[in-house]
Design a protein. Structure first.
Lengths: 309, 382
């Protein structure tokens, strides 16, 4: 044990080693293989390493792939925005208004995580289907004259389902960060005359900003990479970039193109993961510039200088 | 200090001994496996099916019922582990990615078996080891012959039908072209497979020359795409698994689809209002399914695979498969064990009439081009 205590590099090795090995084998190596595959060619169902960029050229020159990419990014942003818009007030309510049994409220929000991804989607099909619960209810109470299929297999249904699935993931970091916002700061703001809204906007949200950013990123990543929900509840044209990647492996036998789509998706996800850090960096820069602008300028005195006696 | 030093030394000693032990065990395991590999090579032709620990079977939903698996498991004492395929290309991808060690028997259609043979993941079938081989329908067995060798044993065949709900579609369809009609608005489900292109090909008359169907030019694919895009408004969704299509019909989300006979049989069992349409322009909706033997199967499991294949094409085994899957068996003598109604339904009383105008699917010249066309159709159906 003294050996470990004496050498910091050994401590780092023992603490980070298992995770680094896991990351190397199950993250870095597969990504490397995906990049290598994306730059290969298929010759009669066999991969040939050629370090070719043809697959990437196909993606960015064919509107089928660029449209699907933009569709996935746009949908991801919408799902992220809606997930955060629902999660923030919910997290605020549980953190600041619920005095007892916060854990029960927390569990009720994240219970969707326990149900399973596919089960949630199938459940929404039962709710939104032509002979589903909502259509039946609306027909019973007379809002609809007959059951409608218009609630399912469209973009709205897909976004509803993805927000439901992503909300648990976006809620957790927002809630955790809000829990750490000291209540005394809110009381201090109130003492200084801030009303409830100003307390939330100028004290609570900036402090919870990092959690909100992380929650938004989680929701974006989940929606961006989803290829099951678009098939099961979206309209046929809802297919995103992930569907095309799967299709190249399942139907097209064009593994380099499928791998290239995967690499593009990894780059987009990495950019998304870097967004909170980029935003925080920009905010700090703006803050520094604003503070620099407010600081009084040093001016030369007009009074004659007096020499020391 | 002395105690600490002694404690430190014993810790180092324990660590070194542990590492040496792990290295020794690894070396022994490697020696063991190489010796078992060499003994395996010696026993290449003398595999014992009863020594296969389990028979990995990679097949389609409905093709592995208990009525087929249990008699084999009981006779040979070899459990069958089943995994389901979602598409032929998925099967090829999985086999090429190491599935040859996991599965000994793979069910695939000719358009998948041929690439599997090219990829080296399946081995030729020694038809002399299949007792019933000469009794099987020639039109189905020859679809698996490449370069003078047979790469799969034909198990069943059939036609992907047009399934429809007669309570919604009042006029029975007689052609794939009927799907473009106003009665089908928001009622159609397309199969997320480039098989959907055969519908457009049939509507354009390309199936009149079967040989060109699997070597379509980019101009022809574009024409098929444009024809399929005219289905906008009629197509409600796409399906990619039998279970999904069953649910779509059961919940009345769709009323017409290019489907599978297995799906139709399941819907009938659930007392759902469905019917099969007899379309005059079937096109490349004919299919055969064959069982291949994996190139990575051990000699014992290869012997077990042959035993399983032999069982599945006996009249009794083929009849059990047909009763479950609803697919026509490759052995006509299976009719002895089927009800007269089922014999008629499966077309065993007159196979050529049953096939009608259907063309058996084959491997296409450019799966990527066909797939891209399919994706462009799906993307344009909004």
């Amino acid at each position: 044990m003294n050996v470990i205590r004496r050498h910091r590099w050994l401590q780092a090795l023992l603490l980070l080693g298992p995770a680094a090995i896991w990351g190397a084998f199950f993250i870095i190596y597969p990504v490397f293989e995906a990049v290598k595959m994306s730059m290969s060619e298929m010759h009669y169902f066999r991969l040939v390493s050629k370090w070719s960029t043809e697959s990437f050229h196909t993606i960015f020159s064919n509107s089928l792939y660029t449209d699907a990419l933009m569709r996935s990014v746009t949908r991801g942003l919408i799902v992220a925005a809606l997930s955060v818009a629902i999660s923030v007030p919910l997290a605020h309510f549980i953190s600041f208004r619920v005095k007892r049994h916060q854990f029960v409220w927390f569990g009720a929000v994240v219970v969707a995580l326990w149900l399973g991804y596919l089960l949630c989607i199938v459940g929404w099909r039962v709710l939104l289907g032509r002979t589903g619960v909502i259509s039946g209810l609306l027909t019973e109470i007379g809002i609809l004259s007959h059951p409608t299929g218009g609630l399912l297999f469209n973009e709205t249904a897909l976004i509803i389902v993805q927000v439901h699935l992503a909300m648990s993931f976006s809620f957790i970091p927002i809630f955790v960060v809000m829990q750490r916002v000291p209540h005394r700061l809110m009381h201090a703001a109130a003492d200084l005359g801030a009303n409830r809204w100003r307390q939330i906007i100028e004290v609570e949200l900036p402090l919870a900003g990092i959690g909100i950013g992380i929650g938004a990123v989680f929701a974006f990543i989940l929606s961006f990479g989803d290829y099951i929900a678009p098939t099961l509840v979206g309209d046929p044209a809802s297919a995103g970039i992930a569907n095309l990647a799967a299709s190249e492996f399942e139907h097209g036998l064009n593994w380099p193109l499928g791998a290239a789509i995967g690499v593009v998706m990894i780059v987009v996800v990495l950019l998304a993961l870097a967004m909170p850090a980029i935003v925080v960096g920009l905010m700090r820069l703006v803050g520094r510039l604003r503070r620099g602008a407010r600081r009084p300028r040093r001016t030369r005195s007009l009074a004659p200088e007096t020499s020391a006696a | 200090m002395k105690t600490e030093a002694r404690g430190h030394n014993s810790w180092i000693r324990a660590l070194v001994l542990t590492l040496l032990g792990v290295a020794a065990v690894s070396a022994l395991a490697a020696c063991g496996s190489s010796s078992s590999t060499s003994s395996t090579k010696l026993a290449a032709d003398t595999g014992n099916p009863r020594k296969c620990p389990s028979l990995g079977l990679f097949t389609w939903e409905g093709e592995a019922p208990a009525s087929v698996l249990k008699p084999f498991e009981k006779e040979y004492g070899v459990p069958v582990k089943v995994s389901y395929i979602t598409s032929g290309a998925q099967a090829l991808a999985k086999m090429a990615a190491g599935g040859t060690r996991q599965y000994a028997v793979i069910f695939a259609a000719p358009e998948t078996t041929q690439p599997m043979q090219e990829a080296g993941v399946v081995k030729p079938i020694d038809t002399s080891k299949i007792a019933e081989y000469d009794k099987l329908f020639k039109f189905s067995t020859k679809t698996f012959e490449y370069g003078g060798k047979t790469y799969a044993l034909s198990e069943d065949w059939g036609v992907n039908p047009l399934i429809y709900n007669p309570k919604v579609i009042k006029t029975p369809p007689t052609s794939w072209a009927d799907l473009w009609g106003p009665e089908y608005k928001g009622q159609v489900a397309l199969w997320e497979d480039y098989s959907m292109l055969w519908i457009g090909a049939a509507a354009l008359g390309y199936d009149k020359d079967p040989s060109q169907l699997f070597h379509l030019s980019s101009a022809q694919l574009t024409a098929i795409k444009n024809k399929m895009l005219e289905l906008k408004g009629n197509v409600r969704t796409v399906w990619n698994s039998g279970g999904n299509l069953i649910q779509l019909f059961s919940t009345h989300e769709v009323a017409a689809a290019q489907g599978w006979s297995y799906v139709y049989n399941q819907l009938v069992e659930k007392h759902q209002p469905v019917a099969l349409a007899k379309v005059k322009d079937m096109g490349a909706q004919g299919w055969t399914e064959g069982a291949s033997i994996s190139s990575g199967a051990s000699p014992d499991c290869e012997a077990a695979a042959y035993a399983f294949l032999n069982w599945t094409v006996t009249p009794k085994g083929a009849a059990a498969l047909a009763e479950s899957s609803g697919y026509s068996p490759s052995n006509p003598e299976a009719a002895k064990y089927l009800s007269p109604a089922l014999v008629k339904t499966l077309g065993l009383d007159n196979p050529q009439a049953f096939l009608g105008s259907a063309i058996f699917k084959q491997a296409v010249s450019s799966p990527s081009a066909y797939n891209q066309t399919m994706q462009e159709v799906i993307a344009g159906l909004k």
